[in-house]
Structures are given as C-alpha cells and as structure tokens.
Ligand binder design. Structure first.
Ligand SMILES: [Zn+2]
Length: 202
C-alpha cells in the first residue's frame, strides 16, 4: 500500500486543527502523486496539490445569469442539485461552493438557497441551516402545510404528485369529480355529525 508522504509538506502547520485524521477531508485527500502526463517524468513520486486546480475548474462550470444567480452547468443529481466530484466524493455543487467561499460545513447542517434555485451556486445566495430552519423557511415561503419530516417526504419537490404530469392528472381527476357531483351522478356520503365519509356514484 502506498503510504502518504505529505507529512513533510512545509505548510502542514498552517492547516486548521480539524484536519487531523487521514480519512476524508484530511489534507491527505488533497494531495496526490503526479500521474501520467503531469509532474516529474523520472518516476519519483511527487506530491502534487490538487486543490489549486479545483477552484478554477469549479467556477469554469458556472454561468452567471442576468437574474444574479450563478448557475451550475456541470452534471446534476437526480434531485436537480448540481453535482461535482470534490474531495473524493460526488457532492452537491452549491454545498461545495459554500465551502470554497467559507470553509467546512458541519455535516448536520444543510446548505439552503435564498433564491430557491437548485442550480444556483452563488455563495451570497446560500445560507446554512438546520433541518428545522429549512422547514420553517419552506413554510415562510408559502408552502402552507403542516410540515414535518413525513410531509417533507410526501410533498417534496421530487414526489410524483409534484411532477407536472402527475399534477395535471390530479387536476383532471378533481375536475371530473366536481362535474359528477354537480350533475348528481355522484353523491357525498356523510356520517354522524356531518363527518365527511367520502363520495359515491349513484
Ligand atoms: Zn441564486
């Protein structure tokens, strides 16, 4: 197994103390040996800082739009957020953008958008919040539902009922239902105290 040689890097003392372990997010993850076509050609392993190349690469994938949002033009996750390979993992691009601007994010914290644009990676449009903050943010932004974890799961942006085709289908169903009620083909069933039990064709 190749042992990491980066302990001899002169700037080691400058690194923040949180980068102690050799696992993910330690400085060893930023350092790689020179590969084919870069670094020395004499076969000696050279420590090569990868982080210098990353930021220009990252921002080269960003397009500044006229609305003020900086849109991610690279790959995306299935949920619509930008995706970028960073520190050995595929990570949400807006989260990486925040980290490039401000430093590490505590894993429990979410990186949220002020502009509600999933592809936006402009650091000034991003803020950190807990899951609770994020849900309160949702309710303030007009998602006027009783919000809890389960609601979030059932009604989130990616739930099938929130997809345009499914939404149209539901609207069509409800229009049909109302038409049937209006025409008397369908009646409303009510239980004791007028409790709504449902509807039924007659
Ligand atoms: Zn934005």
């Amino acid at each position: 197994m190749w042992a990491c040689q980066s302990t001899s890097v002169a700037t080691a003392a400058l690194w923040p103390t949180w980068q102690k372990r050799w696992g993910y997010e330690s400085r060893h993850h930023f350092l790689g040996r020179s590969g084919a076509g870069r670094g020395r050609s004499d076969g000696r392993n050279e420590i090569m800082p990868r982080w210098r190349a990353f930021e220009p690469y990252f921002w080269s994938l960003v397009k500044k739009s006229s609305t003020g949002c900086w849109l991610w033009r690279g790959g995306t996750f299935g949920n619509g957020y930008g995706r970028v390979h960073f520190r050995g993992r595929r990570r949400p691009a807006h989260r990486v953008a925040w980290q490039l601007a401000h430093g590490r994010i505590t894993p429990k914290l979410l990186c949220c958008h002020r502009c509600d644009n999933k592809l936006c990676v402009r650091p000034t449009h991003l803020f950190l919040g807990s899951q609770k903050d994020n849900m309160q943010d949702w309710t303030q932004k007009g998602f006027n539902r009783l919000v809890n974890d389960r609601t979030l799961w059932r009604t989130g942006d990616h739930h099938w009922t929130c997809q345009p085709a499914a939404r149209l289908w539901r609207q069509k169903q409800s229009h049909k239902l109302r038409a049937q009620l209006r025409s008397g083909l369908r009646i409303v069933l009510r239980g004791a105290n007028g409790r709504l039990l449902g509807t039924r064709m007659i």
